[in-house]
Design a protein around this ligand. Structure first.
Ligand code: AGP
Length: 372
């Protein structure tokens, strides 16, 4: 009913709007007054976590994209090797697991069969499993050694939005907590990131307030067949997520690429007026990557692409090459996906509406996939 949708036309719009609160709620009570993480609820002891020599993340779909982003954070902040694998592929290739492997299973519903089978396999091999889950008491957390719940609240729309942002927050918390208990040399940086995380809900709110031009743009693209998404570093999984949203909702051909791969093949796809969404890394810090992505934008535009550029406020280098420019607030590099994903969700939702599609219940899809 309209009341359930809180005045929005679709649950997806309501859930997109709820993201600042969902992010804040997922942090709530997990950062103490001194700015340290307290994750006592995670029933794997600090000494067990100190013993871990590998992290393996398993998940499907959007949750898998959260895992891809988590890898950058986990390896950077903890120096523990981290692999990310589609849950449906995992157990079929005889993965190497032992009691020093921490398997992180990410699932909004907690009922995804592929993810459940992957974690069962991991536990049979003696690995410890930590679930990141949005549904209290669901099967995946019940069968795991430990759980860190995301506090997105119920997600009704089939296309995952607020659950994704909270999965990212939970992944950052796990990464920072691992760093904290293991006392990595990034100690100071970890404190700073914890502070930045506590401001991120406000940044998401800021993005939500500037989405009208993104909606206008989406409506003009309703008759296109293909949209490409490019990103680099943590922007690469964001590009994959933008493409998945567009497939699910708009039933358009959409693909995400790592920007550095363009020259190895995908650039052949560029033709006159093809919309290409580019997620630009921050010009601060890893500026080498920023400059490379700006060159990519130049290259594709020279070949006729219509460039839709998602770039940080104050990034002036992109201006000459952006047919459409979407600004996002300045965030630390690793946290950028929390703000960069939002315009892609809005874009896909609006394109779906413009194409007359059912936003909350896309064809052929179910909210939780309980078959393998
Ligand atoms: C996301 O928009 C999808 N509908 C889908 O990819 C989903 O993320 C995937 O099926 C995993 O679901 P889960 O998080 O409930 O395990």
């Amino acid at each position: 009913s309209a009341a359930e949708k809180g005045g929005y036309d679709y649950f997806m719009l309501k859930e997109i709007a709820e993201q600042p609160r969902a992010v804040a709620d997922t942090l709530l009570g997990r950062i103490d007054a001194a700015g340290s993480l307290s994750l006592d609820e995670v029933r794997i002891t600090a000494s067990e976590l100190r013993e871990m020599d590998k992290v393996v993340i398993v998940a499907c779909g959007t949750a898998f994209h959260a895992g891809l982003i988590a890898k950058y954070a986990i390896e950077h902040w903890t120096r523990i090797p981290c692999e990310v694998e589609l849950a449906s592929e995992f157990r079929y290739r005889d993965p190497i697991l032992d009691p020093r492997t921490l398997v992180v299973a990410i699932s909004q519903s907690g009922e995804t069969m592929d993810t459940l089978m992957a974690l069962r396999h991991a536990r049979e091999q003696g690995a410890k499993v930590l679930a990141i889950c949005n549904t209290n008491g669901s099967t995946i957390p019940r069968e795991s050694d430990a759980v860190l719940y995301t506090h997105a609240g119920p997600e009704v729309a089939v296309a995952s939005t607020k659950a994704f942002l909270t999965q990212l927050v939970a992944c950052y918390l796990v990464a920072l907590y691992l760093g904290q208990v293991r006392g990595t040399k990034w100690g100071d940086e970890i404190q700073a990131v914890v502070r930045d995380l506590s401001h991120i809900a406000g940044a998401v709110e800021e993005v939500l307030g500037t989405m009208e031009p993104v909606r206008d743009l989406a409506r003009t693209l309703a008759d296109k067949d293909t949209v490409l998404f490019l990103g680099r570093h943590v922007g690469y999984p964001v590009a994959l997520e933008g493409a998945l949203k567009l497939k699910e909702l708009a039933y358009m051909h959409a693909e995400g690429f790592a920007a550095g791969e363009l020259k190895h093949g995908p650039i052949a796809l560029i033709e006159e007026d093809l919309p290409v969404v580019v997620v630009v890394p921050s010009p601060r810090g890893r500026s080498v990557l920023h400059d490379k992505v700006v060159s990519n934008i130049q290259e594709i535009r020279a070949r006729g692409a219509r460039t839709i550029v998602i770039a940080e406020e104050g990034d002036e280098a992109v201006v000459p090459y952006a047919d459409h420019l979407v600004r996002i607030p300045v965030t630390p590099t690793l946290l950028q996906p929390l703000v960069a994903t939002v315009p892609l969700q809005v874009f896909a939702c609006e394109l779906a509406t413009a194409r007359g599609n059912e936003v909350d219940q896309p064809r052929n899809l179910a909210k939780s996939v309980t078959v393998e």
